[in-house]
Design a protein around this ligand. Structure first.
Ligand code: NAP
Ligand code: MG
Length: 399
């Protein structure tokens, strides 16, 4: 068989622990036999991040912007324990945070559905994709305790030094707490653009929700910016594509999501997205079946699995014990990247390869062959638990 050729390389961001092991196996078993793989390789494994003073992370994100499509393995976000374990020079920042800041993107997460693993909500027939705003609000806050008798005010100083003051609360009878949060028109604008573009790209309806009835300035600003971008830049394209944009209050959105059949994109403010994406991942079955893609406002894509490096399995693997780690979300990171590369380069063979590999993953699990996490969830009667490598070989056999 002649291998599929690539016109432009993928930006490949290697990672850590069990997912790093799986990364090599996916390439060896499922990709390289079929594709003449071209990548710009960046080793984001913690050892190499430490050796390069984390420059490799920055360079990889710049490459993602330059080439337009990247695929990333899960990486360790260092904490105190990791600083010791890897003898780090510094507690390097989260690579995903660094990449997100450089690509200025929005993260879209969608579950992979298979027969036998039923969503907890039986009405959900299709995936619900969450688009989470990744800047500001409570994640970049300033907060304080206020003693009884104190007073908290909101003071804004303009460029000329003029102050406007508003009372937040007079804490005359009781001590309390106060919090300052912010967001930026520029960030809300690129969030909106990313989401509208992704909806067009994937031909799905787009919902956005906030609490503008209560937060008449802050949340209302989100609503207004979204409405403006939609009217001026996307309305005609949405109508042509036969998809809709729909704004509602966050509590109404939650109620509608539960009653829905799925198959749309739900754009959420930062905190709502944090909470709701975990709810959706669990409700659809397993974190190991959740895909994630970071989309920049300029149209660059970075694909990854939503889960981490599966540390517990890695230590078993190092001990020579058998593991049964689910590689599906990592495989879908590769297929997402191949499909996008194929679309951008006009190489339909690459898109077809991505489709075939995804179908083989789904078929494997629906044939009853699965890793331990899914084995616990699957309702299939003929199910069989296989180890990490066997699972990849079973997929290969179905290609
Ligand atoms: P995790 O790697 O997502 O794993 C948590 C648990 O979920 C695992 O122990 C396992 O449960 C289950 N699980 C997750 N993915 C699985 C898979 N593919 N197959 C089977 N089971 C799976 O989260 P963590 O253990 O909290 O974090 C480990 C490291 O990952 C940390 O250093 C963290 O910084 C990093 N992390 C990276 C990213 C990223 O790069 N995007 C995201 C999150 C975390 P059982 O042990 O019960 O089998
Ligand atoms: Mg969360």
């Amino acid at each position: 068989m002649e291998k599929i050729r690539m016109k432009t390389p993928l930006v490949e961001m290697d990672g850590d622990e069990m997912t790093r092991v799986i990364w090599q196996w996916i390439k060896e078993i499922l990709i390289e036999p079929f594709v003449d793989l071209q990548t710009e390789y960046y080793d984001l494994g913690l050892v190499h991040r430490n050796e390069t003073d984390d420059r490799v992370t920055v360079e990889s994100a710049e490459a993602a912007l330059k080439y337009g499509v990247a695929v990333k393995c899960a990486t360790i976000t260092p904490n105190a324990a990791r600083v010791k374990e890897y003898d780090l020079k510094e507690m390097w920042k989260s690579p995903n945070g660094t990449i997100r800041a450089i690509m200025d993107g929005t993260v879209f997460r969608a579950p992979i559905l298979v027969k036998g693993i039923e969503p907890y909500l039986p009405t959900w027939k299709a995936p619900i994709t969450i688009a989470r705003h990744a800047y500001g609000d409570v994640y970049k806050n300033t907060e304080a305790k206020v003693p009884a008798g104190g007073k908290a005010e909101l003071v804004v100083t303009d460029a000329e030094g003029n102050e406007t003051r508003q009372l937040i609360h007079d804490f005359k009878d009781s001590a309390g707490i106060v919090q300052g949060i912010h967001n930026l028109d520029a960030s809300i604008t690129s969030f909106a653009r990313c989401a509208f573009r992704y909806a067009l790209d994937t031909r799905q309806d787009l919902w956005f929700a906030a609490k503008d009835t209560i937060s008449k300035t802050y949340d209302h600003r989100f609503k207004d910016i979204w409405a403006e971008i939609y009217e001026n830049e996307f309305k005609a394209k949405f109508e042509e594509a036969g998809i809709t944009y729909f704004y509602t209050l966050i509590d109404d959105a939650v109620a509608r999501v539960v009653r829905s059949e799925g198959g749309f994109i739900w754009a959420c403010k930062n905190y709502d997205g944090d909470v709701m994406s975990d709810m959706l991942a669990t409700a659809y079955g397993s974190l190991a079946m959740m895909t994630s893609v970071l989309v920049s406002p300029t149209g660059a894509y970075e694909y990854e699995a939503a889960h981490g490096t599966v540390q517990r399995h890695y230590y078993k693997h190092l001990n020579g014990e058998e593991t049964s780690t689910n590689s599906v979300a990592t495989i879908y990171a590769w297929t997402g990247a191949f499909r996008k590369r194929g679309e951008l380069d006009g190489t339909p063979e690459l898109c077809a390869f991505a489709d075939r590999l995804e179908q083989a993953c789904v078929k494997t699990i629906e044939d009853g062959v699965m890793t331990g996490d899914l084995y616990l969830l699957s309702k299939l009667e003929n199910k069989r638990r296989v180890n990490t490598r066997q699972f990849l070989e079973e997929i290969r056999a179905r290609m």
